[in-house]
Design a binder for this molecule. Sequence first.
Ligand SMILES: [Zn+2]
Length: 270
Amino acid sequence: MKRNFLQLSILLLLLQFAIIKPIYADDHSVHHSSEHKHWGYTGDVSPAHWHELDPAFAIAKDGKSQSPIDITTKNLAVSSSLKKPVFHYSSDLFGIENNGHTIQIDPLHKNGYVSLNYITLDGADFFVQQAHLHSPSEHLIDGKMYEIELHIVHKNARGDVAVVGIMIEEGAENKTLADAFANLPKHNTEGKILDLPSLINFGELLANNATVYRYDGSLTTPPCSEGVLWNVFAKPITMSKSQIDAFKAIYFGNNRPCQPLNNRPISKTE
Ligand SMILES: [Zn+2]
């Protein structure tokens, strides 16, 4: 009886391996393919081909709420129902990395999805996950393209994503991002995060910027998932020519072209 029990236990153990192992392997391969599928901005892996590169990227072509868009502001009245996000930004420590698609700034202290900086959007808190840059800008405002667009990416408890977009044009030196732009990681440094020497307060980038355009869109990079709450500031901020050139020397043309609006509403919020 005891022996039979032992045999049964071993059999069950083997069965478990036989059943569970392939599921793990499969799950891993799916995860791997969508995480590391090679995509880019030119040639066979350019935005026009993203949907062909991986079934997980299909929405890049099939989606009806894709980003970026050209934000047409003519005839937009300030929304009576929607407000712009409430910003809870303060000084924090960040690292900087070249992730192979852009330069990314990461909060150094995060507990799960919770970080020090967050925004409140329609009553929900969205915490800063990272910030990164595109050049030239991805969104257009009334057809105008800017030198650089900064994206500050946030997440809430449900995993919903809210992005704050800020346009950058040439002008006075940007002091808030001076350390970051003096330490832009060159190519082939992927995986290395360099700690920035001084604190950054993203709140300083929002000064004198009253109007925010809100709309429902997507990630602008694969997998181009929809349900992203976009908050694009109406007015650009400035960076010096040398700051802009420093970024462009590493990344220029990492902008997805504008996508069809498909009658989505754009809300002007203040
Ligand atoms: Zn982006």
